[in-house]
Design a protein around this ligand. Sequence first.
Ligand SMILES: [Zn+2]
Length: 397
Amino acid sequence: MPDPGLLLILVAAIGIGWWLGRMERRHYRYHGRRLHRADQLSRDYFVGLNFLLNEQHDRAIETFVQALEVNGDTIDTHIALGNLFRMRGEADRAVRIHQNLLARPALSIEQSEQVQLELAQDFMHLGVLDRAERLLASLSADCENDQTRNAARRLMVDLFEREKEWQAALNVALPHLIRHHSTLRSAAAHWLCELAEQDIEQGSPGGARKRLKQAMSIDAGCVRANWLNADIEHRAGHYRAEIRFLGRIREQDSDMVPITLAPIERAFDLLEDEQGLIDFLREQLAHAPYVSFVLLLAERLRQREGAASATALVSEQLQRHPSLRGIDYLMDLYLQQAVDDEVAHLSLLKRHTEQLMAQRSRFRCKSCGFQGDRLHWHCPSCRRWGTIKPITGLEGE
Ligand SMILES: [Zn+2]
């Protein structure tokens, strides 16, 4: 794929060429005396093209910027050049170009607002967030163009999210944006979950429950809301209610079921309800036979009925759903009954499967492929919410 930066320079170069051509045509028609200026510009233009062809992109851009006068015809090209610098990671140069543009009287109100929007993005790239926020707040409130105003609000939400100012992000997104953006609905539900977590930590479960209810009303598929409701019930010692909330996650997103196993096991143990746990696990396996559930049920059966029941269960599940962890567990069972040479052979095999399992991550982002060993609600790589799920299949769940 061609470098997007290079493409932009080419577009800018073509734009300048077109403008020069137009200027010269005008000149011949109306103003013979401006020929000298047009000649100078043409020279700069070809010098710039020469730098471009020699892959001296920085010098090409500098030449084009110097060659361009700021007027009604070239404002878009200046904006594009500023954006190009920002894309190349040189936001300070982008700021200079966009600020220089803003000072020009030739700008219409719409163009001025467009330049302010770009300038806000330059400041965000530079990390000067207070200046970006001031520009965006003014555009969000007073901007005449709907598209620019919504773009400013969207950027404001990004800025607040980056600063973890969840309530401020909600204040902008809820009244204006979430109706039109499904990804923002999912994000807004997570911001409410972030605030609910703060409530839980500060000993205010009532406040947290209200926020989680609001999160579910914005995004009924918000797994984290049920996950946190379960946490609130656990802290209050209401283990049946905890299990009920965790059970709802299966209806929301069956891919997330594996994360519920550990707290469900803990809740049944605190209730001292072994039979309840076994019934729950059997029922779950009929829906989705995740290996963690198979292994927990096998282990409980082994303790109650002996190794034969556990071996039968795991063997049957492995035939239908092959799994590295299932094989590893089965080898453990065989090792307990092995004699003489069998022990050495099985131990060797087990070492290999353990090495294979140790190299695998447990979670993966469905959006960008980021992998890790713990669950993040907010992907640290692509910054999307709720896209990281347990890895399933032969080497995972
Ligand atoms: Zn991601």
